[in-house]
Design a protein around this ligand. Sequence first.
Ligand SMILES: [Zn+2]
Length: 315
Amino acid sequence: MKKGKYAFGVDLGGTSVKLGFFTSEGELIRKWEIPTDRTDDCVNVIPDIARSLRGEMEKEEIREDDLIGIGMGVPGPVQPDGYVEVCVNLHWHDLYPARQLSDLMGGVPVELGNDANVAALGEAWKGGGEGAEDAVMVTLGTGVGGGVIHHGKIVAGRHGLGGEIGHIHVRDGEPEQCNCGGYGCLEQVASATGIVREAKRMMQKSTEPSGMREYGDQISCRTICDLGKSGDALADETIETVARYLGLAVSTIALTVDPDVFIIGGGVSRAGDYLLDKIRKYYDSFTPISKNRGRVVLASLGNDAGIYGAVKMVL
Ligand SMILES: [Zn+2]
C-alpha cells in the first residue's frame, strides 16, 4: 500500500488543462479546468498547474505528505525516462515536465504519459473497459489515436510508437498522403476528416441520389452518420467502408495482443451501435479463428478519460 490518501490527475491539452482530485481508491472528489497559457511557448503551463494544485490542497487542508502522487498526460510522445523531445502543440522542446512539476510540488512523485495512452488507461479502468487489465482504445476524432493497456499499464513501446493505431496501413492504392507521410493509413479513412473525404468520393463515383448531396462540400461526419442510420444508401455505404477498415485493424490487433476489450472513443463514436455493429461484423469476418476474443465497446468517460488515466498511473 502506497503512502498518502489522495492523488491528482492532470490532462494537459492545447487549450485547457483538466485537473482532478482523487482518493487513493480512485474516487473523483473534484474536477476543474484552467486555461493553457500559450504565451512564451507555454513556459508558464507547468507553474500554473502547480499553483492550481497547491490551491486545491489548501482548500482541502492537505499537505504534500498526504499525496500519493500526480499523474499527467501531455499531447506528445513521452520517452520512458519522462523526456519530452518535442510537443508540437505546446511548442515544447527538450523538457522533463514531470521533474519540473515534482520540483514545484516539493518532491511529490509525478508520472507522465502521452495523452492518448493516458485516456486509454482511464477508459480501461473506469470507463468502457470496466476494470479491464488488457485493453486497446481506438479514438476516432479529427485524427485516429489509440492506446494499448497491458496488465493495467500503458504500453508506450520502446520508441513511443505503441498505440499509434491511426497510422497502421490498411488500404492499398490510396493516392493521397497521410500527415505521417504514408499512404493508406487507418486515420485517412476512419477519422472524422477521413469519413468526410470518403463520402465525397462516394458521391463522385456514383450518380445514386443521396441526402448527402444537399450538403455538397459542407457535409459533416455527423450528418453522414445520421443519414446512414436513417437508411440513406450512399451514406450507409460510406460508413460500411469505414467500418471495414476499422474491423481489419481491430482484427489485426486482436491477433497481436489479444486484449479483453476494444474501446472505441472520440467524436465519431457518437454514431454508437450503428457504427459498432458494422465494426463487429468485419472484425468477425476477419477473425474466424475463434469467437473467444476481445469485445468491442464504446468509451464512456468522454473528456474525463484523461484525468482518470493520469491518476491511475500513480495509484
Ligand atoms: Zn499515417
